[in-house]
Design a protein around this ligand. Structure first.
Ligand SMILES: [Zn+2]
Length: 233
């Protein structure tokens, strides 16, 4: 098993809990969960913390990887629907490289059968800066404010950091370069999202010994933040 960490840093605002986490979706979702912080007189003291579900990150990573695979000589069926995936793989004569890494949805109940990549939840590093912004709901047709339609949304502010673990099965070692290319694509934010998250590889140089020397500059780049400063939204 190959293990390394990824550190995420928000570059723009992220709305907490926006959208439904989707294993095949393109968006990295920030969510909240209850965490036990201490026990006082046998009673658990709890607190809500912001985190990124591993499944949400993995879905976005898969989409980014699929997008760039063919440009670098790897194969991607580019499909998400089980029947069409089977059909595409049959034509290709094998399972495509993206499905080899991330698994293929064989049924709605086991969406990532045979996945070679495991992504843990991204836990907050230190305090997560958040902000609650009240918004007025607009009427879709007239773009005027509906009376009383005020709601609030909580955001993760730029600069929040999260740490998560990734495990890759040894048999997928030859696809590590594709996985890293997908990571590089993901942090450029070209997936059509308004929000940006930077990603840094923290592997203590481990991956250097597992890929060909032509990939070392890519790994070096991924060990540094891509984005400096913040994006105004
Ligand atoms: Zn495939």
């Amino acid at each position: 098993m190959i293990r390394f960490n990824l550190r995420l840093r928000t570059v723009s605002l992220f709305t907490i809990g926006q959208g439904v986490p989707d294993v095949l979706g393109a968006d990295i979702v920030f969510s909240k969960k209850m965490k036990i912080t201490a026990y006082v007189d046998g009673e658990a003291q709890t607190q809500y913390v912001v985190y990124v579900p591993g499944s949400s990150f993995k879905g976005a990573w898969r989409t980014a990887t699929s997008r760039i695979a063919e440009s670098y000589g790897f194969k991607s069926c580019g499909e998400i629907e089980p029947k069409r995936i089977s059909e595409a793989h049959r034509k290709l004569g094998r399972t495509c490289d993206v499905c080899m890494l991330f698994g293929q949805p064989v049924s709605p109940l086991s969406p990532f059968e045979a996945s070679k990549v495991w992504v843990g939840d991204f836990e907050p590093v230190g305090e997560t800066p958040t902000d609650i912004i009240a918004r007025v709901s607009l009427d879709d047709k007239t773009q005027t404010a509906r009376e009383g339609a005020l709601y609030s949304m909580e955001h993760v502010l730029p600069g929040a950091e999260f740490l998560g673990e990734v495990r890759v099965f040894d048999e997928a070692k030859n696809l590590l370069p594709l996985l890293m290319l997908g990571l590089a694509e993901l942090r450029t934010g070209v997936l059509g999202r308004r929000s940006l998250v930077d990603i840094r590889l923290e592997d203590n140089g481990l991956l250097n010994g597992l890929v060909g020397s032509e990939w070392l500059p890519l790994l070096e780049g991924l060990r540094k933040w891509l984005w400096e400063g913040v994006v105004e939204t």
